[in-house]
Design a protein around this ligand. Structure first.
Ligand code: SF4
Ligand code: SF4
Length: 166
């Protein structure tokens, strides 16, 4: 079977119809709405329950709420948490609480912002904030220690009241 080639006109040989047709399809797909965001100057709106960076909190009287039980360390899927338990002073009004972390390290390069640590904590001492930009030049700088985590977490209402005598 012989297939006859169609005869091309000069206009066809210039490929102009095809080029114009292609450009028309491209123009049809140019959106009227602008989707590009000038990050970081323009940040996206976050949902109410957005899970960001995990942080440690203090109670309204500036006491560290964490009791170094290590439950969060145990549940953390990527093993981003390292708790180094320490003992509190046994005298004074806060003697009822035996332990607190001498250091508490969260490796933000490992953390997947899952929120399991917050759910597991019996003392409501660790909370996920809405911050998510934790960039750094080295892996070591991505490991946040106790003081930095407490600074990020700030003060949180104490519903556990472990300090009060029964
Ligand atoms: S948010 Fe998830 S991954 Fe991050 S420290 Fe907590 S348990 Fe680990
Ligand atoms: S943050 Fe909560 S779960 Fe983790 S060690 Fe402290 S008290 Fe325990």
């Amino acid at each position: 079977m012989i297939v006859e080639r169609p005869k091309l006109t000069i206009w066809d040989r210039l490929y102009m119809p095809q080029i114009l047709k292609g450009m028309w399809i491209t123009l049809k797909h140019i959106p009227m709405k602008r989707f590009t965001r000038q990050y970081p100057e323009e940040t996206p709106p976050l949902p109410k329950r957005y899970r960001g960076v995990p942080t440690l909190v203090r109670d309204p009287e500036q006491r560290v709420k964490c009791v170094a039980c290590q439950l969060c360390e145990f549940v953390c899927p990527p093993r981003a948490i390292t708790v180094i338990p320490g003992f509190r002073a046994e005298t004074g009004p806060d003697a009822k609480v035996e332990k607190e972390p001498s250091d508490f390290i969260i490796d933000m390069a490992r953390c997947i912002y899952c929120g399991l640590c917050e759910e597991a904590c019996p003392e409501e001492a660790i909370f996920l904030k809405k911050d998510y930009a934790m960039a750094s030049y080295t892996r070591e700088q991505m490991k946040l220690h106790k003081e930095k985590l407490l600074e990020l977490g700030g003060i949180h209402e104490d519903r556990i009241c472990k300090w009060k005598k029964k």
